[in-house]
Design a protein around this ligand. Structure first.
Ligand code: DP6
Length: 337
């Protein structure tokens, strides 16, 4: 039996950077995101007597390649397969094929979509369907594969990851579904190449910044205001919150030891353009930046055409990816092999 899952990536309005528990992948802070309709991963899995687990991945614009246990992320993927098989009665190996429709590992959208699609497909193929259908359980299972941002792709729309004290109380919760608010995320792709320093490594450095504890304290009020702004559908309130949190997270990155600096010329140019467009043209678009130089521009759907047109004129922008809020991870009938 083949099982295929499709999952969107998501963009964090309140970012997760730094962990409270490195084994259980528990973030230091609650984080909030929106799913991205234009950035998806499709993963097909099948059990069989293959002699070992086989993972093949097709990254955006590239051919299929076999994954071995070479990086932390790849280790995490294989460990996730073993962990889920250990919970099931079926001890067969699994063949996995996975495709991304956007450049991975470039801070465009974290590996959220691949980890959530993989976990969902594995739970179903190994007969652990109850863990797939119970979204809270599914979010906890996804977290254990090492990408906490993936936890937020369980639900559609606007989602909060609750950072608890342990495994049981750390899970995803939906704030509002994908139909609730016509917000869009236009990704300005400046550099589609793999980032030099992964988020997995970055989380381990967060507490070497002298400002990390300050971030954790000052963000508590922002989390509350972010939730409110989404429920009120208030872009004038949400936009500044998204920017504040991006700046706060990048300040931690830039002041950790060693420091991490992800921005490029193009990143700063877009930040400055957005300030100008808001002030002079009343165009309400706001930036969010993950662990990479690419910029997510968040605005209401009514302004998306104008924002996209302007971004495309920017000399540093290679292309743009349009995203609306969409459904979370789900099982589909169209298989990759
Ligand atoms: C900067 O370790 O969850 O995107 O890099 O996809 O594994 P991956 O992500 P994760 O860290 C996410 C870091 C972030 C902020 C965020 O999405 O909350």
């Amino acid at each position: 039996m083949k099982v295929t899952a499709v999952s969107p990536a998501n963009i964090a309005f309140i970012k997760y950077w730094g962990r409270a528990d490195n084994k259980l992948f528990i973030p230091r802070n609650n984080n909030i995101s929106m799913t991205m309709s234009g950035c998806k991963t499709v993963t097909t899995v099948e059990l069989g007597d293959y002699g070992r687990d086989l993972i093949e991945v097709k990254f955006f614009g590239k051919d299929y390649e076999k994954l071995e246990r070479k990086t932390i992320k790849q280790e995490n993927l294989y460990d996730q397969v073993e962990r889920i098989r250990d919970m099931s009665k079926d001890k067969r190996y699994v063949r996995i094929k996975s495709e991304n429709n956007f450049p991975a590992d470039a801070g465009i959208a974290s590996s959220a979509s691949s980890f959530s699609a993989l976990t969902a497909a594995l739970l179903v193929v190994y007969g652990l369907k109850e863990k797939f259908f119970d979204k809270k359980e599914l979010s906890k299972e996804i977290r254990l594969c090492g990408s906490s941002s993936a936890v937020r792709s369980v639900y559609g729309g606007f989602v909060e990851m609750i950072a608890g004290k342990g495994h049981e109380d750390t899970f995803a919760k939906q704030i509002a579904d994908e139909k609730y608010w016509d917000l869009v995320d236009i990704v300005a792709v400046l550099d589609p190449e793999k980032k030099l320093f992964s988020s997995s490594d970055g989380h381990l450095l967060a507490d070497t910044s002298p400002y990390f504890e300050t971030r954790i304290v000052e963000m508590q009020d922002r989390i509350k205001r972010c939730r409110e702004a989404i429920l009120e559908k208030n872009i004038h309130k949400l936009g500044p919150i998204i920017e504040e949190d991006t700046i706060s997270m990048h300040m931690i990155m830039m002041t950790s030891r060693p420091p991490l600096f992800y921005w490029s010329h193009g990143t700063v140019r877009i930040i400055q353009d957005l300030y100008k467009w808001r002030k002079e043209d009343n165009l309400n678009a706001y930036f969010s930046i993950d662990a990479g130089s690419n910029v997510h521009v968040i605005c209401e759907k009514k302004d998306a055409k104008e924002v996209r047109k302007r971004l495309k004129k920017n000399e540093f922008v290679k292309w743009t990816i349009y995203n609306e809020p969409c459904q979370g991870v789900k099982i589909i009938n169209k298989h990759l092999f």
